[in-house]
Design a protein around this ligand. Structure first.
Ligand code: FE2
Length: 436
């Protein structure tokens, strides 16, 4: 660690402890109603068993906060490889000698004791390592929620959150477009505060005039695409997308039922809500939908400009709505609110300066961009965080989803996945060139 650009100014010892404890409370709440058998089951070949995530959260915290930051030996050296995400790809994690659920919970608690001792003894330094470990746990919560949705657990409960859904006023479709004028903008995270290596360095770029959706594309709009032959019209699909669709016989978004009348959300099958953003789309599907509408996916720079650029002041806002950190339910649908997407446009207080809605929260939005380092990229704090994924294999997603914790959901955060993947809470917002 120790990069001069990574200092976190505000994270005091007390705040670090509170935030770590709050993160843990949420992690444990996610699995409190899940049986041991379901914690240990491989629900999808794409996902780890949930019990692996629990052990991995503990192992990562022990490695970074107790061992590397605190200089103490690992609590469980013997588990280091089993819970190393890089050593053990997801597909094989079901066969590993994992801790049992009660052992994994005990491991989490024991490591946390060591962390709290270490904070009492050595403080939090500049806070960077503690912030990284905290966000790591938040991000695994979202991964676990993906698994929980794929598991189709009918009796799943998450402390009464299910009923707190929000509704917008007049319905949006996702097809209404906003014009963004040509001109320079600023991309990436500033050099102060916490950010991941791939968000830096901040740089200026020129973006041509373009149009972008006011909101993400909704279920009703996507349904029209499906019923209009969206999965049958070869001309709307890329070669790779068509091959993927044919091989896996894909005919609808990941969570939809065959009759197109309902979708799987967290622990329940619900009638398809027409005005919620469509979710569980692969990049291939998002791309085909856009082509069918004589549109395209935005580049990630177009996405970020539409989300943050304030033309009047000539500066990028930290969040679409300003500098205030996200208040879930006010600015955006984040933090597991309602256990699923809200209706598109339900948070007018979260509008960007150009008037785009829902840039943060609800669904991750696919962009047309490959995942690459910004000019002048420097790996930090380890190569395996970003750099090893750079190239044309992965596409970038932006904006966070309903399952993203507010602390993680910044407008410069870059998520990435293979174009065929749709276990994530992924949707789309269209863009278009201005032709007139
Ligand atoms: Fe991890």
């Amino acid at each position: 660690m120790g990069s001069p650009t990574a200092a976190v100014q505000e994270l005091t010892e007390v705040q670090a402890v509170e935030a770590l404890q709050e993160a843990r409370t949420r992690t444990l709440a996610l699995v409190v109603s899940v049986s041991d058998a379901d914690l240990e089951r491989v629900h999808s070949p794409l996902m780890s068993p949930l019990v692996w995530d629990l052990g991995h959260i503990a192992a990562f915290e022990d490695l970074w906060l107790v061992h590397r930051y605190g200089g103490r030996p690992l609590l469980r050296d013997d588990l280091a490889d089993v819970y190393d995400a890089f050593e053990t790809p997801r597909a094989g994690r079901g066969e590993l000698p994992l801790l049992r659920p009660d052992q994994a919970r005990a491991y989490l608690a024991e490591v946390r004791e060591r962390t709290l001792d270490m904070i009492a003894e050595r403080g939090v330094g500049d806070g960077t390592v503690h912030e990284m470990v905290l966000r790591h746990e938040h991000q695994h919560d979202e991964t676990m929620l993906q698994t929980l949705v794929l598991a189709r657990l009918q009796d799943y409960e998450l402390d009464g959150r299910r009923r707190s859904l929000l509704d917008a006023g007049p319905p949006h479709t996702g097809l209404e477009l906003i014009e963004i004028p040509a001109g320079e903008c600023v991309i990436g995270a500033p050099s102060f505060g916490f950010a991941y290596d791939n968000e830096r360095p901040r740089h200026r770029t020129d973006v041509r005039r373009y149009l972008i959706g006011r909101t993400p594309v909704t279920n009703a709009t996507y349904l029209t695409f499906v019923e209009g032959g969206g999965y049958e019209r070869r001309e709307w699909w890329s070669d790779e997308g068509w091959a993927w669709k044919e091989e896996y016989d894909i005919t609808r978004p990941g969570g939809w039922t065959a009759d197109l009348g309902a979708e799987w959300r967290l622990g329940e099958l619900e009638p398809l809500h027409p005005h919620r953003p469509v979710v569980h789309l692969s990049w291939f599907e998002a791309d085909a939908f856009a082509r069918a509408h004589d549109a395209r996916l935005p580049t990630e720079f177009e996405w970020e400009k539409a989300a943050t650029w304030d033309q009047e002041s000539g500066s990028a806002r930290p969040f679409p709505w300003g500098a205030e950190p996200p208040v879930p339910g006010v600015h955006a649908n984040l933090d597991h609110l309602g256990c699923g997407t809200a209706t598109a446009g339900a948070h007018p207080a979260g509008a960007s300066p150009y008037g785009c809605l829902g840039m943060i929260g609800d669904v991750w939005e696919w962009t047309s961009s490959d995942f690459r380092g910004y000019p002048g990229f420097v790996a930090h704090p380890y190569r395996e965080y970003s750099e090893v994924f750079f190239g044309s294999d992965y596409k970038v997603l932006r904006g966070g989803s309903w399952a993203t914790r507010a602390r993680v959901a910044t407008s410069t955060f870059r998520n990435w996945d293979f174009p065929a993947r749709r276990q994530i809470f992924s949707g789309l917002r269209i863009a278009k060139d201005v032709t007139r």
